[in-house]
Write a protein that binds this ligand. Structure first.
Ligand SMILES: [Fe+2]
Length: 134
């Protein structure tokens, strides 16, 4: 699976499974780099965005219900990622899935998402495990 390694595990199985699925869906977009069929490209982008939004919602519900102190900060990070995905989705709709969009998507996942999982999601998972509330 693209870029996924066990180092990225947080220790909470359902969060890890959802993270793996996000990498999988990003891989599906990168696989479309030679496709010019905009309907197919749009379907996959929508699929990725829906999934990411749902996954962030699961984390945010767990934070909220358990009075997690860094809730607002963590949620701001999620909003940043959604905003970036939305910009790339719009660029794709305007210019197609060109090299520039592909490079930006790769950077977003390799730099932002991996960093977010390693820091914020791992801290959240530790908190949930310590408080026996996952
Ligand atoms: Fe997160």
């Amino acid at each position: 699976m693209l870029w996924w390694t066990d180092d990225l595990k947080t220790g909470i199985e359902h969060i890890d499974e959802e993270h793996k699925s996000i990498f999988d869906k990003v891989g599906m977009i990168l696989d479309l780099s030679n496709t010019t069929d905009l309907d197919t490209i749009e379907d996959v982008w929508t699929f990725l965005s829906d999934y990411v939004i749902q996954h962030f919602g699961h984390e945010e519900t767990a934070m909220f219900k358990n009075h997690y102190k860094k809730f607002a900060h963590h949620r701001d990070q999620h909003s940043y990622f959604i905003k970036k995905l939305y910009c790339l989705y719009n660029k794709t709709a305007e210019h197609g899935l060109n090299d520039h969009v592909i490079d930006e998507l790769k950077l977003l996942v390799l730099e932002w998402l991996i960093n977010h999982i390693n820091q914020e999601d791992r801290a959240l998972a530790q908190f949930l495990q310590q408080n026996d509330c996952h």
